[in-house]
Ligand binder design. Structure first.
Ligand SMILES: NC(=O)c1ccc[n+]([C@@H]2O[C@H](COP(=O)([O-])OP(=O)(O)OC[C@H]3O[C@@H](n4cnc5c(N)ncnc54)[C@H](OP(=O)(O)O)[C@@H]3O)[C@@H](O)[C@H]2O)c1
Length: 261
């Protein structure tokens, strides 16, 4: 028997990297899972990768979460195919890569990142609550993916770091207002996660990143999926508004070992 037998789950950005592992986790533990990427091509490629992994029964539909009409269409599909939703995982993110530092970046880059990470996460959550959670006696659970960069910044990623800080605040605000209605909202804040982007990293850079972590390792997507599943399950029934950091201890240190004095 699986922990999520009979549950319906929606994972945004479930088509690659960490999102794929989150989808796989819920399927392997019994859930019916819906996922989206931002485009038809990326969503189809994610569906194919899940098939290759032997993860069956996932319904994939493209949805740019910053576009409310596409969000509505995605929830129309969930309603038609499953008739309910129990768990929402807001994993999709615009990484805001390549924007440059705060002096050179185009200010519109701030808006484009916020449109996906903050507005997108909000409107998916609001739609889930209105269309499903508030109509179901068992309500529902929301898990956001934030980042440890909300607390300790990384260079030349102002828009991304700011958006993840906004997500942490939004999680607490949503938890406060939705808690009395029976809806829990929590957040996992990862540090380094091994993704396809690590494959092009020079080995010395990967090693230096690991030295930045007291546990000397980056997360695998499965590590993050485990935390997300915990926050989505009844094991965390007394938790809401929490930001759970999963970063191999990276953010508990003042400075990494090789620069410690
Ligand atoms: N990787 C890390 O080291 C790290 C560290 C801390 C926190 N995190 C957070 O953990 C989560 C997963 O990280 P990741 O590195 O696996 O992510 P990723 O590789 O950057 O993938 C991002 C996902 O979000 C989707 N997405 C982007 N814009 C979208 C939009 N407008 N509408 C719908 N989907 C959209 C992408 O879909 P497409 O394929 O269509 O673009 C993709 O599936 C993110 O929230 C990230 O910020 C990651």
């Amino acid at each position: 028997m699986g922990r999520f037998d009979g549950k319906t789950v929606l994972v945004t950005g479930g088509n690659r990297n960490t999102g794929l592992d989150i989808v796989e986790k819920f399927v392997r533990e019994g859930a019916r899972v819906f996922m989206c990427g931002s485009s038809a091509a990326s969503t189809a490629s994610g569906a194919a990768m899940l098939k290759e992994r032997g993860v069956a029964g996932v319904l994939a539909q493209p949805c740019d979460i910053s576009d409310i009409s596409q969000v509505t269409a995605l929830f129309d599909t969930v309603e038609r195919e499953a008739g309910r939703l129990d768990i929402l995982v807001n994993n999709a993110a615009d990484q805001g890569l390549g924007q440059g530092g705060p002096l050179e970046m185009d200010p519109s880059g701030m808006l484009s990142v916020f449109r996906v990470n903050v507005l997108g996460g909000f409107q998916v959550t609001q739609t889930a609550c209105r269309r499903f959670f508030m109509r179901q006696p068992e309500r529902g659970v929301v898990v956001f993916l934030s980042s440890n960069t909300a607390m300790r910044a990384i260079r030349n990623r102002t828009a991304y770091c700011a958006s993840k800080g906004a997500i942490n605040s939004m999680v607490r605000s949503l938890a406060l207002d939705l808690g009395p209605l029976g809806i829990r909202v929590n957040c996992c804040a990862p540090g380094y996660i091994y993704t396809e982007r690590w494959e092009s990293l020079p080995p010395e850079k990967a090693a230096r990143r690991r030295l930045n972590c007291p546990l000397r390792r980056e997360a695998k997507g499965a590590d993050i999926a485990n935390v997300v599943a915990f926050l989505a399950s009844s094991d965390s029934a007394n938790m809401t508004g929490e930001i759970v950091t999963c970063d191999a201890g990276c953010s508990c240190q003042h400075m990494p070992e090789d620069v410690d004095v």
